[in-house]
Design a protein. Structure first.
Length: 402
């Protein structure tokens, strides 16, 4: 039988399952809600391809140095508002579609399941905008990517660094018609725990039908998690619910480190040696890099790792504003500044996630106490008095100073 990587190192990229020609590997959730490979012994022919495709067992390699680093803003203000930061990914994806290509990314369904899909029209790119603070299901996205590449079509694939490593190991080589994009991430949280939160909120809020993880109604520097009734209300900014990291239950669970995947604690993929053509992450230093762009609507940092990526970036000129900056300033954004650690009661936490009702579970781990209410009111007052940007800059300086 194949010797797949030990469970705590498995990132759930599904490269092994996609690689198996006998469909002998299925990705199934364990009691944490994360997907792991399960081998059907009756179907397995012990060819070893799954082991070779595993990025944890056989890391993907590319001798990278920073080629170029830029700050980017999409010129379309609506797209920039809908995006997590500056809309750089949409600009890349639009160009791929202009050239007859397809784009893969994480999308959240109507039942709040996050999975990788592909789109072939610009109108559908809205599905990929904004963050999804849940680990996405790759499904057969790697297989579909290979099929399109073999057809000669241009393909853009976006995901977390571990997912991009999985893709490159599955493919076995780089393709000239593949544009790969990874996004900096803190960690990937549990789909099981996320569904507990969704169930809790939908019982609380009658018209909670559409979730935006990084809503910019209060500006880029004070992103909030918002629930909307529908897309129309979302475009108008008419939310049913809006809170930030100090008070929303999901953000408190996620940022509090309750529900990270085990492999995130020893992540090998978020480094300054990326396998992708592009890496994207939030830019919080627009004031110093391009003061005239500092409008609190969002800016993206873009690292371009390959000659292929740089040539493609040059095609985006009409869709974006961009400015090059010193690659040395990018290192602190690409690499983690602190090590994630599992919560002390992780085992009991996931036991409760499986056994308690959503109301009892939320009440036990992230109750809406007087202290939380005071924090929420205080932060809102700080935002209304325009002190939030100053506090963020001071905090960012303290965290990232060398």
């Amino acid at each position: 039988m194949p010797n797949l990587v030990e469970k705590k190192q498995c990132c759930g990229c599904a490269a092994c399952a996609n690689k198996c020609s006998k469909s002998a590997i299925e990705m199934k959730p364990d009691d944490t809600g994360f997907l792991f490979p399960v081998i059907n012994k009756e179907l397995c022919v012990e060819c070893g391809l799954c082991e070779k495709a595993c990025p944890a067992l056989n890391p993907a390699k590319r001798d990278n140095n920073y080629l170029k680093t830029f700050i980017v803003q999409h010129k379309n203000e609506q797209i920039r508002y809908q995006s997590t930061s500056g809309g750089a990914f949409t600009a890349i994806a639009e160009k791929v579609i202009d050239e007859g290509g397809v784009v893969f990314g994480a999308s959240i369904s109507k039942d709040f399941d996050v999975q990788h899909i592909f789109v072939e029209s610009k109108d559908e790119l809205i599905k990929f905008r904004n963050s999804k603070y849940v680990q996405s299901k790759i499904g057969r996205a790697y297989k579909d990517t290979l099929s399109f590449l073999k057809e000669g079509r241009l393909v853009c694939f976006s995901g977390t660094p571990c997912q991009l490593n999985g893709l490159h190991k599955f493919l076995g080589k780089d393709y000239d018609n593949l544009i790969s994009v990874d996004v900096c991430c803190r960690s990937v949280p549990s789909p099981l725990v996320f569904q507990k939160y969704v169930d809790f909120k939908r019982k609380q809020i009658e018209d909670a039908n559409l979730l935006v993880f990084r809503d910019k109604k209060r500006g880029y520097s004070y992103c909030t998690l918002a629930w909307y009734k529908n897309e129309f209300n979302k475009e108008k900014g008419l939310s049913e619910y809006r809170r930030s990291s100090e008070s929303d239950e999901w953000l408190r669970l996620f940022l509090g480190g309750y529900c990270d995947r085990n492999s995130c604690y020893s992540c090998k993929y978020q480094s300054t040696q990326r396998i992708s053509d592009f890496t994207l992450w939030d830019c919080w230093e627009t004031r110093s890099l391009a003061p005239e762009w500092n409008d609190n609507k969002g800016t993206t940092n873009v690292a371009v790792w390959t000659e292929k990526g740089l040539k493609f970036f040059e095609k985006l000129d009409g869709a974006i504003r961009f400015r090059e900056f010193d690659p040395q300033k990018a290192q602190r954004g690409l690499e983690r500044n602190s090590t994630l650690k599992p919560s002390k009661n992780r085992e009991q936490f996931f036991k409760d996630a499986n056994e308690l009702s959503s109301e009892d579970f939320i009440k036990k781990y992230v109750p809406f106490t007087i202290k939380v209410k005071l924090k929420m009111v205080g932060r809102y007052v700080i935002w209304r008095t325009h002190l939030h940007n100053l506090i963020r800059r001071i905090k960012h300086f303290i965290i990232h100073r060398k």
